[in-house]
Design a protein around this ligand. Structure first.
Ligand code: AMP
Ligand code: MN
Ligand code: MN
Ligand code: MN
Length: 287
């Protein structure tokens, strides 16, 4: 029997809706043997999740999903098996969270021009002191009836090219991968098919990511179109990257894939967990 890894998930410490303990309990109930908590630009939930996981005999992999800017596009890089006490990593994440606050103020200002009042403070209330995200604006827009769904909030206001979309200045790929590797972690490019890059540009991104020290890319992720995983398998083989698998679970609110409910990694790719230090490998648990 192969162990179930789920290497991408969120809690209330960024834009997820479950507390770390609730997330871990759900992962355990779904048969996950090793779960990476990868909140956006923050690691605050990791300790609590690790404590909950230890009590259940589940392996908690300390992780983070870091926002990067590559060729004016936002891309997300997962840091897996990181040391959350690493100073350079935490300094970098703090810088990104500062930018998030300034960006959120600007999003609020822009929504104000459309007579959506006080959106910044409302979004802050949804974030409850955690990392502020466009997701919190989307929840506010749905709750107040400005739009019917989260998807609509992005389509109408928050998505790229829309009125309240603020061009972002995240960290460079080199910086992000440097922080992750400097903290002893493994860098994996998240959801490569979601960036809507041309095929040649996506290949360039993957090559540059690898040149910076990136080790893996997600091949199996939540909400994949049919055939997407086969395409990503080919890309991982062509670019000599290892393969990661993660649901990107944000809570029951999103009708996406549930924790651990992922297709197995195709046999043609090498799993990213072959690089993990022994304590983070789930098969150790199954022997
Ligand atoms: P941010 O990192 O603040 O720019 O917000 C990005 C987050 O918004 C992603 O991590 C998703 O959780 C969420 N998101 C992006 N697009 C959509 C969408 N179309 N529908 C629902 N959530 C979305
Ligand atoms: Mn998110
Ligand atoms: Mn992401
Ligand atoms: Mn994510």
């Amino acid at each position: 029997m192969s162990a179930t890894y789920d290497l991408h998930s969120h809690t209330t410490h960024s834009d997820g809706t479950l507390l770390p303990g609730e997330l871990v309990a759900r992962a355990h109930a779904n048969g996950v043997a090793a779960l990476a908590l990868t909140d956006h630009d923050a690691t605050d939930g990791v300790r609590e999740a690790a404590a909950a996981a230890a009590a259940l005999g589940l392996r908690l992999i300390p992780g983070v999903e870091i926002s990067a800017t590559w060729q004016r596009e936002t891309v997300h890089v997962l840091g897996l098996c990181i040391d959350v006490d690493d100073e350079r990593l935490q300094h970098g994440l703090a810088r990104l969270r500062d930018f998030r606050v300034r960006r959120a103020q600007e999003i609020g200002r822009r929504l104000g021009k459309k007579h959506i009042d006080d959106a910044y403070n409302h979004a802050r209330a949804f974030a409850r002191g955690a990392v502020i995200s466009r997701t919190h604006f989307a929840r506010f827009l749905v709750a107040q009836g400005y739009v019917a769904t989260m998807g609509q909030a992005f389509k109408q206001y928050l998505g790229r090219g829309r009125f309240a979309h603020v061009p972002s200045e995240w960290a460079s790929l080199e910086e992000v991968v440097g922080w992750i590797k400097g903290s002893g972690g493994v860098a994996a490019l998240a959801h490569p098919a979601r960036y809507r890059l041309t095929s040649s540009k996506l290949r360039r991104l993957l090559r540059e990511f690898k040149d910076c020290g990136g080790a893996a890319m997600e091949v199996v992720c939540g909400a994949q179109a049919p055939g997407e995983s086969a395409h990503l398998t080919q890309l991982a083989r062509d670019t000599d990257l290892l393969a990661s698998a993660g649901s990107d679970y944000h809570g029951p609110e999103k009708p996406w894939v549930d924790l651990g409910k992922l297709a197995p990694l195709p046999a043609e790719v090498e799993p990213v967990w072959s690089l993990f230090p022994a304590p983070y490998r789930a098969h150790a648990l199954l022997q």
